[in-house]
Design a protein. Structure first.
Lengths: 687, 680
């Protein structure tokens, strides 16, 4: 359907009005919601979709919520099709029905003009608890989706205006803090009802055909703009790989995410073939979420200035084999939508960097970092759930250091994850003892990555349980163009000064805490950009003076020697930088295979001569990072192999493409994680 | 003895405006001089000189100043050191962790208000229930000051920001006392004093903003007071606050951050004042200037107050008139993006080079240029009082935009540029009206500022508003508002308590305490306590919600049952539902004490003039058609003069545009009252 008779002015006016409707939906939600996750964190989104599932308008809403929504709308159309009638309202949260994770509950509201289905206002909000095995529902050690909460397929909670109370009763009964959930539901309904009134006014004023034509034209323009920007890139196929951290009985068993990105003729195809098969742990998600990661990354890299609607996404296609971590099928756990999405962003960054290194940034936190503490609140004897996402640093880029403690690019808008300590202490039996930028957490580089947050939480309730669903707790966010990794995410719990053992870093299920325990969350730093030995020494000196970087870190990572008075010792710096340069370990690439190992997962094996291993100070099972002329690094698990020649490294074709090297080329190697996997007990659901 | 003269003096970005009122004769006159940015006091004295007023005869000067705002916007605030609870020095840098720009990998956040070396931690802790877990010691404060080492000499002001100080500020007060012992008297702002509300980032930010503007406001006010005294002024200088009230210069020094919206608040008071005279209780104001437009909602003669302001991206929680600003003004630049897509603003041509039609070298098409192309501006008037128009430059700039839009006519492009600016402004008005449960169609649109009257009719039409009012001094409304502003003190106390746990006497006790404190503050400003009126209310929510609604309560006779009923009703209006079975809690108690209201400084003109003023005619584009518009000189209009569109009303500093079908009449206070016609 086209109507080229409307002027570009009318088109713009109508689209401004559509965005303004979404803003009004947001205002309604913020001010009437009941859970601090909505009103303090703003972990919710509103948007408008057309019946084909294309996103028509969003405002200060989360890309992580909005971008997978087209699949949600399609799932609803498939399920109900022509059975949708005015007054129907559909609710769902099941990732296997194109949700994100079970905690994100969506309300989708078909709006009719006469008999014609025009638009779907939709609202997706994070509910603090949706049942499941642990308070807060997300569990780092869930083995299937049933442990992650109540699954709601697309259900009409209103049918022709009449509420289906039985369904709502069933839903709320299965959640730990039902009153809050009822409040959230009411607020979500209010936003959609409001959109209904506003859309009716819009159509009344401009006419249905004009509104539809304006939507269509606007998408066309965004599409054209995106295609133009894609055409600026060198055509070709670009590949990258990265990991998520799955724990099996033998311990860490990383799963591989692999991407081939084809840039051709103004469009981009992302193919995830070769990624690991799905596993019984929360490192899987659905194709809708994976697609979201790719689309968010490409929009943010290629067209940050353009309008925001589905047109920008049309030149991008994504495919992934079923039954893999990026396109999971039931019943594996899928609480890790944030982790899959953020890793999809990372591999997209790594691949597109080969086409446009000046446009990318170092990798970022790599996880939504769900932290949950639940128990009984002694103030009123009712259950409480603390839910927060301690925020890390962002990657550095050509023009600036990475921002510290700021949402990653899939969480733009109003999302404000750092809840006030004062609000938390008023609300839940916890005492926040520290909220600060973590020194030395940032990835070194000519441009430094951003710092992550360090938050310390004292348990005041008699007992509580602690769950974490995160990632990048072993493999840190990578730097680009010679920039180094940030610190990985870490969580420790101290009781009477002693650290409690956590055998699965970043994946904690119902760890039992008691009053006086101190939980410390260390959020990851962002990856650096460019060689840290080329960072201007005065920038390093400022970082030291301001406490972002210690003197020791400055000397070892940046080769900058800082005197006691915090000035740069120029001569010593030249010597130190030369020394660090000569200490770098280079390997010559020889022809080999892309070799992988793993139980259920797959990880790359790097066969090194024992002397090389010794020179690196590394042992079997440590993780090495290789850098070559290619902009992003390649990681693998080292294995001593006497049959490799000293100072050489056999690499397969995929690895050589990532590093941008041929046989005989020289690459750098360094260790980014030490320690071979240790077995894990899965005897109880809670630790 | 000569008659007394009251003065309102507003310092704006470009001009310093003065309104003088002589109550005995009813005479009201204006003076306008260029602002003197290096020292605003000079411009103030220039204005007084130009108005030919002898300060010996002046009993009252109310002043609107941009000193505080400029200090923050231009990054020229004082060097502040922050003392804060151990473990929390990065709160000001971390904020809430949000990423305001969507889908931009290279987003760079604004730097924190205070760099890290100037944020020092001290050993102390108050808990959420207000109990002191760890008292502050003199040694702890001394250690903190030592930590600043060589940097302490640069420190011009201090902010003391401790956790839970909204509940118990004993540690903050002790720290301030110890600090004075160490560094002597200075500018010290304590968070529990500046704004006793929970949420540490927002409270700390407000406190630091206050500290940052303390020295500059103090210096400025001292200099101004000295000059005024030297010229014979013998009364307290009154300063306009963001909340719409005034306080003495002395009181402003204690809490200078309350002057952040000093100028715009004067404009709103002017609007309220004119609305009262014209008996229009519900008004939406639209002040369109060169780079942006401020809109505000007035209901029952009261501007809505908000506690959720920001300045340069930094939150401030001091009560202020809720003014919503959008980056669309006369100087906003129109550009064409690939698509082609037309964009208007937020970039502005500023005053130099200004719109293309200024002929000062600007080549970008602006909203003003679009108005010139359409003939709505261009009758030989001088913009901003000094710039002669160069219509050929405007046409060239707009023609470029039209060509990039795919061969539109310059007139069609010009109408598009104005239309988009209007849609943005309408969006800003929707945010303060429909988003809060008010229907703009129930309001009168009052348009002022240099460019407001030009687009008023179109903006009203976009919002479905029928009645528009253009005040008699569209460029001087702030100064007029200052004349009409009462003294005011706002106090707040955070105290979370369920309604169940309250009876009327306890409720009364809460308000009595605050009201007494507020009265005392006004008494210190030499106000007759008997003439003070105290208003109040509570921030109320359902237990479990976070954001609360302000519910007005009569502090003299609080009624629990009425409060409860009113809250449910407001919740229903604002959010579309209320939950009468849910428990309710009060979060904050608030009172405002107001000094006596000032006598209206305008008089109605009862002479009714049916005579036809002399007019000229010129062709003007409306909706794609060239119409023969009548052009009026506003200065020649008399009460009762009626007109109908298409018409243009020109006056010094502003132009009003009537579309075909619009009708207008001058009322007895000199307002131009438009009735917007139906647009096909």
């Amino acid at each position: 359907m086209t109507n080229s008779t409307i002027s570009p002015i009318t088109e713009q006016v109508i689209n401004e009005l559509l965005i303004s409707i979404v803003r009004e939906m947001r205002a309604t939600m913020i001010r009437s919601a009941y859970s601090s996750t909505v009103y303090e964190m703003m972990d919710f989104s509103c948007a408008l979709f057309d019946p084909a599932g294309r996103m028509v308008a969003q405002a200060e809403d989360l890309g992580s919520h909005v971008i997978p929504m087209p699949a949600t709308v399609k799932a609803i159309m498939e399920q109900f099709g022509t059975d949708l009638a005015p007054g129907d309202v559909v609710m769902l949260n099941d990732p296997y029905h194109s949700g994100t994770h079970l905690n994100d509950v969506s309300i989708v509201y078909p709006l009719f003009v006469g008999d014609e289905l025009l638009i779907f206002p939709a609202n997706r909000a994070h509910w603090d608890d949706v049942g499941g095995s642990t308070p807060g529902s997300m569990s780092g050690r869930a083995r299937d989706v049933f442990q992650e909460g109540l699954r709601i397929p697309p259900i009409k909670v209103y049918e022709r205006g009449k509420v289906n109370q039985a369904v709502l009763d069933l839903v709320f009964l299965n959640m730990r803090v039902p009153d809050e959930r009822r409040g959230d539901f009411r607020a979500m309904m209010a936003t959609c009802r409001l959109a209904e009134r506003r859309i009716a006014e819009l159509v009344g004023k401009y006419g249905l055909d004009t509104v539809k034509a304006a939507i269509e034209m606007n998408m066309g323009r965004s599409e054209e703009r995106m295609r133009r920007n894609i055409r600026q890139l060198r055509e070709g196929e670009y590949v990258y790989e990265d990991y998520l951290e799955f724990y099996g009985a033998e311990g860490l068993d990383p799963v591989l995410m692999r991407l081939a990105l084809t840039v051709r003729d103004g469009s981009i195809h992302a193919d995830f073939a070769g990624s690991s098969d799905q596993v019984p742990g929360p490192v899987n998600s659905t194709l809708a979420v994976t697609t979201g990661g790719v689309v968010i990354a490409l929009k943010s890299i290629l067209d940050p200035e353009g309008l925001i609607n589905h047109g920008s996404f049309l030149p991008i296609t994504v495919s992934a084999p079923e039954g893999t971590i990026v396109n999971a099928t039931p019943p594996v756990p899928v609480g890790s939508h944030g982790e899959i999405r953020k890793r999809a962003i990372a591999v997209t960054l790594g691949a597109i960097a080969q086409a446009a290194p000046e446009l990318v940034a170092g990798d970022m936190q790599g996880t939504s970092n769900h932290n949950m503490i639940g128990g009984l609140n002694p103030r009123h004897g009712r259950p409480f759930v603390y839910y927060e996402c301690p925020i890390g640093g962002n990657g550095a880029f050509a023009e600036a250091d990475g921002p510290s403690v700021i949402c990653t690019v899939d969480w733009g808008g109003d999302m404000s994850p750092m809840k006030p300590a004062e609000a938390l202490e008023l609300e839940v039996p916890l005492k926040i003892e520290r909220t600060e930028l973590e020194t030395d957490s940032a990835g070194p580089g000519r441009r430094r990555g951003g710092l992550g947050v360090r938050r310390e939480i004292r348990i005041l309730a008699e007992s509580a349980s602690y769950s974490v669903l995160s990632d990048r707790a072993v493999l840190p966010p990578f730097g680009v163009l010679g920039g180094r990794s940030g610190r990985p995410n870490r969580y420790d719990v101290r009781r009477d000064g002693d650290e409690l053992p956590i055998e699965t870093p970043g994946k904690i299920s119902g760890l039992q805490l008691r009053a006086g325990d101190l939980v410390t969350q260390h959020a990851a730093g962002g990856g650096g950009y460019g060689d840290p030995l080329k960072r201007p020494p005065e920038d390093v000196a400022r970082d030291v003076a301001w406490g972002y970087v210690t003197t020791e870190h400055a000397r070892v990572k940046y080769g900058v020697v800082i005197r006691l008075d915090q000035t740069v010792d120029e001569e010593a710096t030249v010597r130190q930088r030369n020394l660090l340069h000569t200490r770098e370990i280079h390997l010559r690439v020889v022809s080999g295979q892309d070799e992988f190992a793993g139980q259920l997962g797959r990880h790359r094996i790097l066969r090194l001569h024992p002397d090389t291993l010794a020179a690196l100070g590394a042992a079997n099972g440590d993780v090495a990072e290789l850098t070559g002329p290619g902009p992003a690094p390649l990681r693998g698990w080292v294995r001593a192999d006497g049959s490799s020649a000293p100072a050489t490294l056999p690499l397969g074709p995929f690895a050589r493409r990532v590093l941008g090297v041929e046989d005989g080329a020289e690459i750098d190697v360094r260790i980014v994680h030490k320690g071979a996997p240790r077995p894990v007990s899965f005897t109880t659901t809670g630790d | 003895m000569p008659d007394e003269v009251m003065l309102g003096i507003d310092v704006g970005g470009t001009f310093t405006d003065l309104m003088a009122f002589e109550p005995a004769s009813g005479r009201l006159w204006a003076a306008k001089v260029p602002t003197t940015p290096d020292n605003q006091a000079r411009g103030v004295l220039d204005a007084i000189g130009k108005a030919a007023v002898a300060l010996l005869n002046v009993p009252r000067i109310v002043h609107g100043t941009t000193v505080a705002t400029n200090a923050i916007l231009e990054g020229k605030g004082a060097r502040v050191a922050v003392l804060t609870t151990r473990g929390f020095r990065d709160v000001l840098e971390i904020g809430r962790g949000n990423r305001p720009r969507l889908y931009d990998l290279k987003f760079v956040p604004r730097p924190p208000l205070v760099a890290r070396p100037y944020r020092i931690e001290v050993d102390e802790r108050v808990l959420a229930d207000g109990s002191v877990e760890r008292p502050i010691t003199a040694a702890a404060v001394a250690a903190a000051v030592r930590e600043l080492a060589g940097r302490s000499a640069d420190v011009e002001a201090w902010a003391i920001c401790f956790l839970h100080a909204y509940r118990n500020d004993a540690n903050e007060r002790s720290a301030a006392k110890h600090l004075v012992e160490l560094v002597g008297d200075g500018y010290i702002s304590c968070s529990g004093t500046v704004i006793p509300e929970y949420r540490e980032y927002e409270r700390f930010s407000t406190t630091v903003l206050n500290a940052m503007v303390s020295p500059s406001i103090d210096r400025y006010l001292s200099a101004l007071e000295a000059r005024l005294a030297a010229s014979g002024y013998r009364h307290p200088l009154l300063i306009m606050q963001s909340n719409g009230g005034t306080m003495t210069a002395q009181a402003s020094r204690r809490l200078p951050a309350v002057t952040m919206l000093s100028g715009p608040a004067g404009g709103i008071n002017g609007a309220v004042f004119l609305a009262r005279a014209a008996e229009l209780p519900d008004v939406i104001t639209c002040d369109m200037g060169g780079t942006s437009t401020d809109v505000c909602l007035i209901k029952a003669y009261r501007a809505r107050t908000t506690y959720l302001g920001t300045i340069a991206g930094h939150p401030t929680r001091l009560p202020q008139i809720e003014i919503n600003t959008v980056g669309a003004g006369g100087g906003s630049i129109a550009s064409v993006d690939i698509g082609p897509v037309l964009k208007v603003g937020p970039e502005s041509a500023g005053a130099r080079p200004g719109p293309a039609c200024y002929g000062l070298g600007g080549t970008a098409a602006t909203v003003t240029d679009a108005n010139v192309v359409l003939g709505r501006l261009g009758g030989g008037e001088r913009l901003a009082g000094e710039v002669a128009l160069a219509p050929e430059h405007a046409r060239a700039a707009v023609t470029t935009v039209a060509a990039e839009l795919g061969g539109l006519s310059p007139e069609a492009a010009a109408e598009g540029i104005i239309r988009l600016a209007v849609v943005k402004m309408a969006g800003a008005i929707r945010e303060i009206s429909v988003h809060r449960g008010d229907d703009p169609r129930d309001f009168v649109l009052m348009a002022y500022g240099g460019a407001g009257p030009l687009v008023a009719s179109e903006l009203a039409s976009e919002l479905g508003i029928e009645q528009v009012l253009i005040p008699p001094y569209p460029g001087n409304l702030s100064a007029l508002g200052l004349l009409a502003s009462p003294l005011r003190q706002d106090l707040v106390q955070t105290q979370v308590v369920t309604l169940e746990a309250l009876d009327d006497p306890t409720l009364s006790a809460h308000f009595d305490k605050l009201a007494e404190a507020a009265r005392r503050l006004l008494a210190e400003e030499s106000v007759d306590v008997d003439a003070v009126t105290v208003e109040g209310g509570c921030d109320v929510r359902y237990v479990g919600q976070s954001y609360a609604l302000f519910v007005p309560v009569d502090p003299a006779r609080p009624d629990r049952a009425a409060l409860e009923e009113q809250f449910h009703r407001q919740h229903q209006v604002v959010y579309g539902h209320s939950e009468t079975r849910e428990a309710i809690e009060i979060v904050n108690f608030r009172v405002s004490a107001l000094g006596p209201t000032v006598e209206p400084p305008i008089r109605s003109d009862s002479t009714h003039d049916d005579g036809r003023p002399t007019t000229t005619r010129r062709p003007v584009y409306f909706g794609g058609r060239l119409e023969d518009a009548t052009v009026y000189d506003r200065a020649a209009l008399r009460s009762g003069t009626a007109m109908s569109g298409p018409a243009i009303v020109e006056e010094m500093g502003s132009t009003t545009c009537l579309w075909p079908g619009d009708r207008a009449q001058v009322d007895r206070w000199g307002n131009l009252r438009l009735t917007v016609g139906d647009r096909a």
